[in-house]
Design a binder for this molecule. Structure first.
Ligand code: ZN
Length: 368
């Protein structure tokens, strides 16, 4: 098994050392290595930075030597294949040694994480590395791969295209359990948790999304938004954090960009509008986290989510959501709630008049 894996690693010419420690790498750098036998892989390494003494390519070739000398489990093998692609892509845009050094330390941390994870993954699970996530699931192997690509990678790519520059610093595991029983049992076995939601949740303690994937991918996409907001917009208040995350619970692609669709939260909001129970946007945006989250049993809890989501939806449909995000994030020190930025982006002085306009817009939507 390991021989076959090693051969495959050589074939894919991974520039990544999954298990190499930085110290080992430094020691290796001191020695003159015979790299000629790896010259065949040079064509995979992209451009070189010849003025740096140690070229990016040479460092990566040395890393390659490390990676092929390791015995890789299936976890490691998947990781090599998937991360190699990302690494090669990153290399194509790397101009400086600093970039390469960053990439290497990221890879070393990733490798360490995978080694730890490998000890924990139960038999029969498939592991797919999809940076900055690792997807682990007990559905059929091809299904897990499909979710890693079609849901996780697609979401990450689309979110980064419009919103986010930085990846979460920590590696986040996405556990996709095939049904309620697997979800409940493994949450207890692996994390000592008793889930309070049938869909899935984020465990900050374990840096893990723990999902019952049989309920659909909506919650997964929602939960992917949060770690990106945390690192790119740490001051983001609850209303926008949850508004944006829940917008993409139901999403498709339009003109190459992610687009939120009307979803199950619409019904409750429609009811609230008809009953005259929506709140002012000034109040919504100024809520503390404690007030916004309130208590999950309260009906307000889901109404706040719905109102925040459909404010984001409205902005999206006016072509203003991405602009709002960037201006809000840029001006958050002066406008921590986003309310002033919202008024400016909407070009509205009277936000009560706007609320009526928004409610009329919402009532014209159709339930999915
Ligand atoms: Zn959320």
């Amino acid at each position: 098994m390991n021989l076959r894996l090693r051969a495959s690693v050589l074939e894919c010419a991974s520039p990544l050392a999954l298990s190499v420690s930085p110290r080992l790498l430094m020691a290796k750098r001191q020695r003159t290595g015979a790299l000629q036998n790896l010259a065949g892989q040079r064509r995979f390494m992209g451009r070189e930075n010849a003025t740096d003494g140690i070229s990016i390519s040479t460092v990566r070739l040395r890393l390659l030597r490390e990676s092929v000398s390791k015995t890789l489990s299936e976890v490691g093998y998947n990781a090599v294949l998937s991360v190699a692609t990302a690494s090669l892509l990153a290399l194509a845009t790397s101009d400086t040694r600093a970039n390469a050094a960053n990439a290497l330390s990221t890879h070393a941390a990733f490798a360490e994480h995978l080694a730890e994870l490998e000890k924990k993954v139960p038999q029969g699970f498939t592991v797919v590395v999809q940076p900055p996530f690792v997807v682990i699931g007990d559905e059929a192997r091809d299904v897990v791969h499909r979710r890693a690509t079609n849901t996780v990678k697609w979401t990450v790519d689309k979110l980064k295209q419009d919103y986010f520059k930085r990846d979460p610093q920590e590696t986040i595991d996405i556990w996709l359990f095939r049904d309620r029983v697997s979800y409940t049992n493994h949450a207890r076995l692996l994390f000592n948790d008793t889930p309070t939601t049938p869909f899935g949740y984020y465990s900050a303690e374990h840096h893990a999304l723990i999902m019952n994937i049989s309920t659909g991918g909506g919650t997964l996409v929602h939960e992917i938004v949060h770690p990106f907001l945390r690192v790119n917009f740490p001051e983001c208040p609850a209303w926008f954090d949850e508004g944006l995350a829940s917008l993409y619970e139901q999403a498709s692609e339009k003109n190459g960009h992610i687009r939120g669709l009307v979803n199950w939260r619409f019904k409750g909001l429609e009811r609230a509008i008809k009953d005259g129970k929506t709140i002012s946007f000034q109040r919504l945006t100024s809520m503390s986290g404690a007030e916004f989250y309130g208590g999950r049993s309260s009906t307000n809890y889901s109404q706040y989510y719905a109102q925040a989501r459909y404010l984001c939806y409205y902005l999206q449909e006016q072509g203003l959501l991405v602009k709002f995000y960037h201006e809000f994030a840029a001006n958050v020190k002066q406008d921590p709630t986003g309310y002033d930025t919202l008024k400016r982006i909407l070009d509205e002085d009277d936000m009560e008049t706007f609320r009526k306009k928004w409610e009329t817009f919402i009532l014209r939507l159709r339930s999915p």
